[in-house]
Write a protein that binds this ligand. Structure first.
Ligand code: ADP
Ligand code: ADP
Length: 206
Protein backbone atom coordinates (compact mmCIF):
# COMPACT_ATOMS: atom_id res chain seq x y z
CA UNK A 1 0.00 0.00 0.00
CA UNK A 2 1.67 3.22 -1.13
CA UNK A 3 -0.54 5.86 0.40
CA UNK A 4 -1.60 6.66 3.93
CA UNK A 5 -4.00 4.68 6.11
CA UNK A 6 -6.61 6.38 8.31
CA UNK A 7 -7.72 4.84 11.62
CA UNK A 8 -11.23 6.09 12.16
CA UNK A 9 -13.77 5.70 14.96
CA UNK A 10 -15.30 7.29 18.06
CA UNK A 11 -13.18 8.24 21.09
CA UNK A 12 -12.24 5.05 22.91
CA UNK A 13 -12.85 2.80 19.89
CA UNK A 14 -9.36 1.33 20.18
CA UNK A 15 -7.50 3.31 17.50
CA UNK A 16 -4.37 3.91 19.58
CA UNK A 17 -4.43 0.33 20.88
CA UNK A 18 -4.50 -1.13 17.35
CA UNK A 19 -2.02 1.33 15.85
CA UNK A 20 1.05 -0.63 16.96
CA UNK A 21 0.14 -3.78 15.03
CA UNK A 22 -0.54 -1.77 11.89
CA UNK A 23 2.77 0.09 12.25
CA UNK A 24 4.59 -3.26 12.64
CA UNK A 25 2.85 -4.64 9.54
CA UNK A 26 3.18 -1.63 7.24
CA UNK A 27 6.22 0.24 8.65
CA UNK A 28 4.26 3.48 8.27
CA UNK A 29 4.75 5.88 11.20
CA UNK A 30 1.77 6.59 13.46
CA UNK A 31 0.57 10.20 13.31
CA UNK A 32 -1.83 10.88 16.17
CA UNK A 33 -3.14 14.44 16.29
CA UNK A 34 -4.30 13.82 19.89
CA UNK A 35 -0.75 12.88 20.96
CA UNK A 36 0.74 15.81 19.04
CA UNK A 37 -1.71 18.24 20.65
CA UNK A 38 -1.06 16.84 24.17
CA UNK A 39 2.67 17.26 23.56
CA UNK A 40 2.11 20.89 22.48
CA UNK A 41 0.00 21.51 25.60
CA UNK A 42 2.65 20.00 27.87
CA UNK A 43 5.47 22.16 26.50
CA UNK A 44 3.19 25.21 26.55
CA UNK A 45 3.72 26.20 22.90
CA UNK A 46 1.47 28.77 21.24
CA UNK A 47 -0.35 25.95 19.45
CA UNK A 48 -0.77 24.10 22.75
CA UNK A 49 -2.26 27.15 24.41
CA UNK A 50 -4.71 27.54 21.52
CA UNK A 51 -5.75 23.87 21.70
CA UNK A 52 -5.97 23.38 25.47
CA UNK A 53 -9.38 24.90 26.18
CA UNK A 54 -11.05 22.91 23.43
CA UNK A 55 -9.44 19.63 24.53
CA UNK A 56 -10.36 20.06 28.17
CA UNK A 57 -13.96 20.82 27.19
CA UNK A 58 -14.08 17.75 24.91
CA UNK A 59 -14.64 19.85 21.80
CA UNK A 60 -12.75 19.60 18.53
CA UNK A 61 -9.77 21.90 18.08
CA UNK A 62 -10.44 24.31 15.16
CA UNK A 63 -9.60 22.95 11.70
CA UNK A 64 -7.03 25.65 10.90
CA UNK A 65 -4.89 24.62 13.89
CA UNK A 66 -5.00 20.93 12.86
CA UNK A 67 -4.34 21.60 9.19
CA UNK A 68 -1.12 23.49 10.04
CA UNK A 69 0.02 20.73 12.40
CA UNK A 70 -0.47 18.00 9.77
CA UNK A 71 1.13 19.99 6.96
CA UNK A 72 4.30 20.37 9.07
CA UNK A 73 4.34 16.69 10.07
CA UNK A 74 3.97 15.42 6.50
CA UNK A 75 7.07 17.37 5.44
CA UNK A 76 9.24 15.07 7.56
CA UNK A 77 11.27 12.36 5.77
CA UNK A 78 9.60 9.38 7.41
CA UNK A 79 6.21 10.45 6.00
CA UNK A 80 7.24 10.10 2.35
CA UNK A 81 5.85 6.53 2.00
CA UNK A 82 2.55 7.35 3.66
CA UNK A 83 1.62 7.36 7.36
CA UNK A 84 -0.94 5.84 9.71
CA UNK A 85 -3.28 8.65 10.78
CA UNK A 86 -4.87 8.10 14.19
CA UNK A 87 -7.69 10.47 15.15
CA UNK A 88 -7.36 12.54 11.97
CA UNK A 89 -9.24 13.65 9.91
CA UNK A 90 -12.19 14.42 12.17
CA UNK A 91 -14.22 16.81 10.00
CA UNK A 92 -15.12 16.91 6.30
CA UNK A 93 -12.99 20.06 5.99
CA UNK A 94 -9.95 18.20 7.38
CA UNK A 95 -10.58 15.27 5.00
CA UNK A 96 -10.83 17.61 2.00
CA UNK A 97 -7.59 19.29 3.01
CA UNK A 98 -5.91 15.89 3.46
CA UNK A 99 -7.07 14.75 0.02
CA UNK A 100 -5.30 17.76 -1.48
CA UNK A 101 -1.93 17.01 0.16
CA UNK A 102 -1.70 13.20 0.45
CA UNK A 103 -3.08 9.97 -0.98
CA UNK A 104 -5.34 7.94 1.31
CA UNK A 105 -5.34 4.20 0.45
CA UNK A 106 -7.64 2.81 3.15
CA UNK A 107 -9.83 3.99 6.02
CA UNK A 108 -10.16 1.48 8.87
CA UNK A 109 -13.37 2.26 10.74
CA UNK A 110 -13.45 0.64 14.21
CA UNK A 111 -17.13 0.47 15.14
CA UNK A 112 -18.13 0.43 18.82
CA UNK A 113 -21.58 1.26 20.21
CA UNK A 114 -21.94 4.35 22.42
CA UNK A 115 -22.86 2.21 25.46
CA UNK A 116 -19.35 0.70 25.51
CA UNK A 117 -17.50 3.98 24.98
CA UNK A 118 -17.95 5.56 28.41
CA UNK A 119 -16.68 2.49 30.26
CA UNK A 120 -13.69 2.24 27.94
CA UNK A 121 -12.72 5.89 28.32
CA UNK A 122 -13.21 6.17 32.08
CA UNK A 123 -11.08 3.04 32.66
CA UNK A 124 -8.29 4.08 30.26
CA UNK A 125 -4.81 4.47 31.76
CA UNK A 126 -1.55 5.39 30.03
CA UNK A 127 2.05 4.53 30.80
CA UNK A 128 3.90 7.85 30.47
CA UNK A 129 7.23 6.06 29.95
CA UNK A 130 6.29 3.84 27.02
CA UNK A 131 3.03 5.40 25.78
CA UNK A 132 1.31 2.00 26.21
CA UNK A 133 -2.47 2.11 26.65
CA UNK A 134 -4.13 0.02 29.36
CA UNK A 135 -7.59 -0.42 30.83
CA UNK A 136 -8.40 -1.08 34.48
CA UNK A 137 -10.70 -3.97 33.50
CA UNK A 138 -10.16 -4.89 29.84
CA UNK A 139 -6.37 -4.63 29.59
CA UNK A 140 -4.81 -4.29 33.05
CA UNK A 141 -1.18 -3.17 33.31
CA UNK A 142 1.38 -5.42 35.00
CA UNK A 143 1.54 -4.87 38.76
CA UNK A 144 5.17 -3.68 38.49
CA UNK A 145 4.22 -0.51 36.59
CA UNK A 146 0.76 0.16 37.99
CA UNK A 147 2.10 2.93 40.25
CA UNK A 148 3.24 5.13 37.39
CA UNK A 149 0.10 4.99 35.24
CA UNK A 150 -1.71 8.23 34.49
CA UNK A 151 -5.27 9.08 33.55
CA UNK A 152 -5.93 11.74 30.91
CA UNK A 153 -7.62 14.86 32.25
CA UNK A 154 -10.34 14.65 29.58
CA UNK A 155 -11.11 10.97 30.33
CA UNK A 156 -14.01 11.66 32.67
CA UNK A 157 -17.68 10.90 32.21
CA UNK A 158 -18.92 14.42 31.54
CA UNK A 159 -16.23 15.24 28.94
CA UNK A 160 -16.80 11.90 27.22
CA UNK A 161 -20.40 12.87 26.57
CA UNK A 162 -19.32 16.10 24.87
CA UNK A 163 -16.71 14.18 22.86
CA UNK A 164 -19.31 11.65 21.73
CA UNK A 165 -21.64 14.46 20.60
CA UNK A 166 -18.78 16.07 18.69
CA UNK A 167 -18.08 12.69 17.11
CA UNK A 168 -21.67 12.15 15.99
CA UNK A 169 -22.15 15.69 14.70
CA UNK A 170 -18.80 16.48 13.11
CA UNK A 171 -16.83 13.27 12.57
CA UNK A 172 -19.21 10.38 11.82
CA UNK A 173 -20.36 11.94 8.48
CA UNK A 174 -16.85 11.17 7.23
CA UNK A 175 -17.66 7.45 7.17
CA UNK A 176 -20.14 7.98 4.34
CA UNK A 177 -17.76 10.40 2.64
CA UNK A 178 -15.01 7.76 2.53
CA UNK A 179 -17.46 4.96 1.74
CA UNK A 180 -18.50 6.82 -1.41
CA UNK A 181 -14.86 6.77 -2.46
CA UNK A 182 -14.63 3.00 -1.89
CA UNK A 183 -12.05 3.42 0.87
CA UNK A 184 -13.99 2.48 4.01
CA UNK A 185 -13.27 -0.85 5.75
CA UNK A 186 -15.71 -1.55 8.59
CA UNK A 187 -14.30 -3.45 11.59
CA UNK A 188 -16.29 -4.81 14.53
CA UNK A 189 -14.59 -3.05 17.45
CA UNK A 190 -16.83 -4.72 20.03
CA UNK A 191 -14.70 -7.86 20.43
CA UNK A 192 -11.40 -8.61 22.18
CA UNK A 193 -8.37 -6.42 21.45
CA UNK A 194 -6.70 -9.36 19.73
CA UNK A 195 -9.71 -10.21 17.56
CA UNK A 196 -10.12 -6.59 16.46
CA UNK A 197 -6.44 -6.57 15.49
CA UNK A 198 -6.75 -9.85 13.58
CA UNK A 199 -9.71 -8.48 11.61
CA UNK A 200 -7.77 -5.32 10.69
CA UNK A 201 -4.65 -7.23 9.68
CA UNK A 202 -6.64 -9.62 7.50
CA UNK A 203 -7.97 -6.69 5.48
CA UNK A 204 -4.59 -4.97 5.16
CA UNK A 205 -2.75 -8.14 4.20
CA UNK A 206 -4.98 -8.82 1.17
P1 ADP B 1 -8.89 5.52 20.95
O1 ADP B 1 -7.45 5.70 20.53
O2 ADP B 1 -9.76 5.10 19.80
O3 ADP B 1 -9.43 6.68 21.70
P2 ADP B 1 -7.79 3.55 22.84
O4 ADP B 1 -6.98 2.64 21.97
O5 ADP B 1 -7.07 4.53 23.67
O6 ADP B 1 -8.93 4.27 21.94
O7 ADP B 1 -8.72 2.61 23.76
C1 ADP B 1 -9.60 3.19 24.73
C2 ADP B 1 -9.64 2.27 25.97
O8 ADP B 1 -10.33 1.07 25.64
C3 ADP B 1 -8.26 1.86 26.48
O9 ADP B 1 -8.31 1.80 27.89
C4 ADP B 1 -8.05 0.47 25.88
O10 ADP B 1 -7.24 -0.35 26.71
C5 ADP B 1 -9.47 -0.08 25.81
N1 ADP B 1 -9.71 -0.95 24.65
C6 ADP B 1 -9.22 -0.82 23.40
N2 ADP B 1 -9.68 -1.80 22.59
C7 ADP B 1 -10.51 -2.56 23.37
C8 ADP B 1 -11.31 -3.74 23.11
N3 ADP B 1 -11.35 -4.31 21.89
N4 ADP B 1 -12.04 -4.24 24.13
C9 ADP B 1 -12.01 -3.65 25.37
N5 ADP B 1 -11.28 -2.54 25.66
C10 ADP B 1 -10.54 -2.00 24.67
P1 ADP C 1 -9.82 10.17 21.66
O1 ADP C 1 -9.42 9.17 20.63
O2 ADP C 1 -9.99 9.59 23.02
O3 ADP C 1 -10.97 11.03 21.24
P2 ADP C 1 -7.61 11.95 20.96
O4 ADP C 1 -6.32 11.79 21.66
O5 ADP C 1 -7.68 11.50 19.55
O6 ADP C 1 -8.67 11.23 21.87
O7 ADP C 1 -8.07 13.48 21.00
C1 ADP C 1 -8.11 14.21 22.20
C2 ADP C 1 -8.64 15.60 21.91
O8 ADP C 1 -7.75 16.29 21.03
C3 ADP C 1 -10.00 15.65 21.21
O9 ADP C 1 -11.09 15.58 22.12
C4 ADP C 1 -9.92 17.01 20.50
O10 ADP C 1 -10.14 18.07 21.41
C5 ADP C 1 -8.46 17.08 20.08
N1 ADP C 1 -8.21 16.53 18.72
C6 ADP C 1 -7.43 15.45 18.40
N2 ADP C 1 -7.39 15.27 17.09
C7 ADP C 1 -8.17 16.24 16.53
C8 ADP C 1 -8.54 16.55 15.19
N3 ADP C 1 -8.11 15.85 14.13
N4 ADP C 1 -9.37 17.63 15.01
C9 ADP C 1 -9.81 18.35 16.05
N5 ADP C 1 -9.51 18.10 17.33
C10 ADP C 1 -8.69 17.05 17.58
Amino acid sequence: MNGSIVLFGPPGAGKGTQAKRIVDLTSKPQVSTGDMLRQAVSIGSELGLAAKVFMEAGELVPDEVIVGLIAERLKENDASGGVLFDGYPRTIAQAEELASIAEVSAVISIEVPDQSIIERIVGRRMDPETGAIYHTKFNPAPESISGRLIQRKDDNESTVKTRLSAYHEQTSPLAGWYENQGLLIRINGNQSIEDVGDEIISHLSN
